[in-house]
Ligand binder design. Structure first.
Ligand code: PHE
Length: 338
């Protein structure tokens, strides 16, 4: 009888080593303990055994069953542990690895620049105003003292939509629109896109951005204009900036100026950015022409004002050291992440 027990349990021990998963375990378990399993078959033998030996045989079969159950129980626990370890190994993640970085978007430099200009002027009490990019020739030229025979009109030739409807060539028509709709005094700036028939190159684009400024009050002088621009350019470029007003001509101002700022790269000594002059041209400006005031219904004897216009790309290029204007429009992520 001992041999039977040894055979069955050895057989079980041998087979249990090969079990690799729960299904295989269940098959093996029922082979030994199931209704048609080896141990059950032995149980069935009990009836055939002599009565006086039955008890002993029963106890013998039970002892095999009990040992087999113990072996299976232990094997089951080991199998579960092994499977769990394998699973953990497979799903292992190194929590010390750096996470996947998400790129964070940036505000476009032109938008940043417009916002900076707005912050500076709003600190001086200016309001932001916007005007249409599709404009009438009257707002863009005539009201600004530039009738259709005027040579200055050719200098800003643009895209005509109809005879009297154009893509605006500058933000100055917003001066006209603001004055027509508001009573003086006024202090506004107006950022926006403008259009000119220019070939694109490093410093020209057929569509670019300007910021217009307009201040209307009583007894306004060139001194106010100069101080305002000095303050703007100092706050925008940093340091302490000087402003040079060079007489120039724009039909809608009198007197009119090209405005230079002392070179922020060499402090005015002369370098290749300022072409050795110590000055960088940065704005057009002047006192609002009496004809413009009359065109919008203001009395030039009572009200005066100054106006200026600057290129957003131009001042952003100077501040950020950008040498080609076309970079602004290319949407190259390396440039935009500047
Ligand atoms: N509108 C002018 C330009 O585009 C700039 C300017 C604005 C000049 C206001 C004087 C006053 O060149």
């Amino acid at each position: 009888m001992k041999e039977i027990k040894d055979r069955i349990l050895n057989d079980l021990n041998e087979n249990i080593k090969k079990v690799a998963n729960i299904q295989e375990f269940q098959v093996l378990k029922s082979k030994f303990l199931g209704k048609k399993g080896e141990i059950s078959n032995l149980m069935k033998e009990i009836s055939k055994i002599d009565k006086d030996k039955r008890k002993e045989f029963g106890a013998f079969v039970n002892s095999i069953k009990k040992e087999a159950e113990e072996i299976l129980e232990e094997a089951f626990l080991n199998l579960k542990k092994k499977l769990k370890e394998e699973e953990e190994k497979k799903n292992w993640v190194d929590i010390t690895l750096p996470g996947a970085k998400r790129r964070i978007g940036y505000e476009h430099i032109l938008k940043q620049t417009i916002r900076e200009i707005y912050d500076i002027f709003s600190s001086m009490g200016y309001k932001i105003v916007e005007g249409p990019e599709i404009e009438t020739t009257w707002h863009n030229f005539d009201a600004l003292n530039t009738p259709d025979w005027h040579p200055a009109r050719d200098m800003q030739d643009t895209f005509y939509i109809k005879d009297n409807i154009i893509l605006r060539t500058h933000t100055s028509p917003v001066q006209v629109r603001t004055m027509l709709n508001n009573e003086p005094p006024l202090a506004i700036i107006s950022p926006g896109r403008v259009y000119r028939k220019d070939e694109p190159d490093a410093t020209h684009s057929p569509a670019f951005n300007q910021v217009e400024g307009l201040y209307i009050d009583k007894n306004v002088t060139v001194g106010h204009l100069k101080a305002t621009l000095e303050r703007f350019l100092t706050m925008y470029f940093g340091g302490s900036r000087k402003v040079l007003l060079r007489p120039s001509y724009f039909p809608f101002v009198e007197p009119g100026y090209e405005v230079d700022v002392d070179c922020m790269f060499c402090g005015g000594k002369g370098c290749n950015v300022c072409k050795g002059t110590g000055w960088i041209e940065i704005l057009g400006a002047g006192l609002v022409h009496p004809n413009v005031l009359k065109n919008v219904g203001y009395d030039p004897d009572e009200w005066q004002g100054f106006a200026f216009g600057t290129g957003v790309e131009r001042i952003a290029m100077l501040k950020h050291g950008i040498s080609d204007m076309r970079e602004f429009y290319k949407n190259d992520m390396r440039f935009l992440g500047l």
